[in-house]
Design a binder for this molecule. Structure first.
Ligand SMILES: NC(=O)c1ccc[n+]([C@@H]2O[C@H](COP(=O)([O-])OP(=O)(O)OC[C@H]3O[C@@H](n4cnc5c(N)ncnc54)[C@H](O)[C@@H]3O)[C@@H](O)[C@H]2O)c1
Ligand SMILES: O=C(O)C(=O)C[C@@H](O)[C@H](O)[C@H](O)COP(=O)(O)O
Ligand SMILES: [Zn+2]
Length: 365
């Protein structure tokens, strides 16, 4: 059996993302020195919380289990406030640790809980979805949604460690696994085209949680993210793309999620967003036709959605305007000038935005 792989995130608070199997043994060292541990997990998956709690108790920690609503329903101000109350009642101090166990929605909430409690306590992330492993739990972006939009409130807060235990993927429903692959191919298009070759060369392996192909995809995607956030943790790069590159496909994706009241999987929305932005860049004369076509073919090969119904442009446009990449009234998109050549498209004409929407709403996937 292959042992764990450690991928380092550099910067002011360096940490490792550990990828492997049976990683519960690595938890005690990640929480060493803490007195209490608050384990935030989806209420629908009590077995995940219980397994982590047992390992923590065995290593001498007092454990506070905090079950939260499933998926995106956890990312609300009300749920966050209930978590603060739980920590307050338990007398949670600065020497304690929050452990996030779940998909990206759970780790986003747990991360913001750790960032905000006492202005910041230690955080260990234990993602249990593919999307959480390759993206959400890595890099320290934490947050919740508001009625006005996706992830509008949050903080940058480094985890002390991320344990990506591939064994967790064994119970993950196939549509959730494939949704995670949308974020994997996202970084394939922007930064590592070997990812695209691997998916195109062995789609069965890419979608099999036991396969070495999937493990390589996970490690490659984490490596890209680790490199990007090591360089621009706070998404504050001036005169370059920096961390915004990880937002490729997300302007349209977040608009879909908001218009759909967060009932779409994030990864599915990202897949449509990747198709949208590839059409936009081609129509703007930036992305060659063949590279745009490769977006559609890779997404369809994985069985990801690539279309969105017509007739909702105004709603989507209003939602896109509140995107964090916008500056004043100016919409900004991460686009490609070729595979592996990311850049920015600022203030595209509305006609271009509508033409790309027309393409996305025509395709039957
Ligand atoms: N912070 C970041 O950098 C970042 C990056 C990407 C995405 N995100 C956020 O991540 C969220 C999406 O994450 P997600 O796709 O993991 O969705 P999710 O957290 O909603 O989880 C999807 C579903 O899988 C279930 N689940 C979790 N682990 C399981 C397992 N091992 N077996 C069976 N079921 C399991 C969950 O309970 C849920 O029902 C979005 O809110 C998105 O905004 C954040
Ligand atoms: O880590 C990042 O930076 C990303 O943009 C990764 C995205 O996949 C992720 O969905 C992120 O939460 C989006 O960030 P936001 O700042 O647009 O809310
Ligand atoms: Zn994302």
């Amino acid at each position: 059996m292959t042992g764990p792989t450690r991928i380092s995130v550099r910067g002011e608070s360096p940490y490792d993302v550990v990828v492997g199997r049976s990683l519960l043994d690595s938890l005690p060292s990640a929480v060493r020195g803490a007195h209490r541990a608050a384990v935030v997990h989806p209420a629908s998956r009590p077995e995940d919380g219980a397994r982590v709690a047992e390992a923590l108790r065995d290593s001498g920690h007092q454990v506070l289990l905090i079950p939260v609503p499933d998926g995106e329903d956890a990312k609300t101000a009300d749920v966050l406030a209930s978590c603060w109350s739980a920590l307050g009642r338990a007398g949670f101090t600065r020497s304690d640790v929050v452990v996030g166990v779940g998909g990206g929605a759970t780790t986003d909430l747990a991360g913001f809980l750790a960032a905000s409690w006492l202005r910041g306590v230690r955080l260990v992330q234990m993602p249990t979805t593919l999307l959480g492993m390759v993206d959400a739990a890595v890099g320290g972006k934490t947050g919740i949604n508001t009625p006005e939009g996706k992830n509008l409130v949050g903080a940058f807060h480094h985890p002390a460690a991320v344990l990506a235990d591939l064994d967790a993927l064994g119970t993950l429903p196939a549509p959730d696994l494939v949704a995670g692959l949308a974020e994997v191919v996202k970084v394939g298009f922007t930064s590592d085209d070997v990812i695209l070759d691997l998916v195109e060369g062995d789609v069965a392996g890419a979608t099999d949680p036991t396969s070495p192909v999937l493990r390589e995809l996970v490690e490659r995607a984490i490596q890209v993210k680790a490199d990007v956030v090591s360089d621009d943790f706070r998404e504050a790069r001036e005169g370059g793309l920096g961390r915004e590159v990880l937002n490729y496909g997300h302007t349209f994706a977040h608009a879909i999620e908001q218009v759909e009241d967060y009932r779409w999987r994030h990864g599915d929305a990202v897949a449509v967003g990747l198709h949208y932005v590839s059409a936009l860049a081609r129509l703007a004369g930036r992305l060659p036709q063949a590279d745009a076509a490769r977006h559609l073919s890779v997404l369809q090969l994985l069985g990801l959605p690539t279309s969105y119904p017509p007739g909702r442009f105004e709603e989507l446009l209003a939602a896109m305007r509140i995107d964090k990449k916008s500056r004043g009234d100016l919409l900004r998109f991460v686009v490609l000038d070729g595979i592996g050549r990311p850049g920015l498209l600022e203030g595209p004409d509305q006609a271009l935005l509508e033409a790309a929407y027309a393409e996305v709403s025509e395709v039957v996937s």
